[in-house]
Design a protein around this ligand. Structure first.
Ligand SMILES: [Fe+2]
Length: 205
C-alpha cells in the first residue's frame, strides 16, 4: 500500500469469496470496499491542508497525541482503522495450514504451553472485547503477549510489535454469525495466515 498521503485502499490479497465457508463473500466485500475505504477516505480528508501529509501511516499513529487537538483523535481513529484493517486482511488466507509454524510455533509453545492453550487464551481475549475492537498477538520485549485494543487503537502506539489480529467489530461477522462472536472466532481460526504470522514474528525484534 501507499504508506504516505494520499493513502489508498490496497486490493485484498485474495478474492472476496476466498475465505468461504468461514467468512462469507458479502462480509468481505463490505468490510474491504466500504469499511476500510471509509477510513482511507476520511484519513485523506483530515490530512488535506493539515501540513502533516509528510508523515507515514505508522508515524501518524505514533504521533497522534502530538497533533493539533482538532485532528488528533480523528487521525488516531482513521489511521488506526487503515493500519488495523490492512493487517487483518493480510493475516488471513484459505490454506490447508491450520496451525503455526517455525519460530512462531516454538515461541507459542514456550509462552502458552501448546497451540490449543494459545487458541483458548486468544479466543477468550477476543470474546472479552467490550463493544468494538481487536485482539492481537504481539511481541513485547522479546515475549509473546495477547492483548486487546478498543475501537481502532493500534498496538504500535504502545511500541508493541504486531504478529496477528482479529477484528471483532460486529461488521466483521454480523451478516453470517449475527451476534454470535464465538462462532466467528472459531471460523476465523480456519483462515489464519500462519505463514504471514511467522514472517511478522521474525520481523519483530
Ligand atoms: Fe473492521
Amino acid at each position: 500500500m501507499n504508506k504516505y498521503y494520499p493513502f489508498e485502499n490496497p486490493p485484498l490479497p485474495y478474492s472476496y469469496d476466498a475465505l468461504n465457508p468461514y467468512i462469507d463473500t458479502k462480509t468481505m466485500e463490505l468490510h474491504h470496499d466500504k469499511h476500510l475505504q471509509t477510513y482511507v477516505d476520511n484519513l485523506n480528508k483530515i490530512l488535506k491542508d493539515s501540513g502533516f501529509q509528510n508523515l507515514s501511516l505508522e508515524q501518524l499513529i505514533y504521533n497522534a497525541d502530538k497533533l493539533p487537538e482538532d485532528i488528533s483523535e480523528p487521525v488516531r481513529n482513521n489511521a488506526g482503522g487503515v493500519y488495523n484493517h490492512i493487517f487483518y486482511f493480510n493475516g488471513m488466507i484459505n490454506s490447508p495450514l491450520k496451525s503455526p509454524v517455525g519460530n512462531l510455533l516454538n515461541a507459542i509453545n514456550k509462552e502458552f504451553g501448546n497451540f490449543e492453550n494459545f487458541k483458548k487464551e486468544f479466543k477468550n481475549s477476543a470474546m472479552s472485547v467490550f463493544g468494538s475492537g481487536y485482539a492481537w498477538l504481539v511481541k513485547d520485549k522479546g515475549k509473546l503477549k495477547i492483548i486487546t485494543t478498543p475501537n481502532q487503537n493500534s498496538p504500535i502506539e504502545q511500541w508493541l510489535c504486531p504478529i496477528l489480529n482479529i477484528d471483532v467489530w460486529e461488521h466483521a461477522y454480523y451478516l453470517k454469525n449475527y451476534n454470535v462472536r464465538s462462532d466467528y472466532i472459531e471460523n476465523w481460526f480456519n483462515v489464519v495466515n500462519w505463514e504471514a504470522a511467522e514472517k511478522n514474528y521474525n520481523l519483530c525484534s
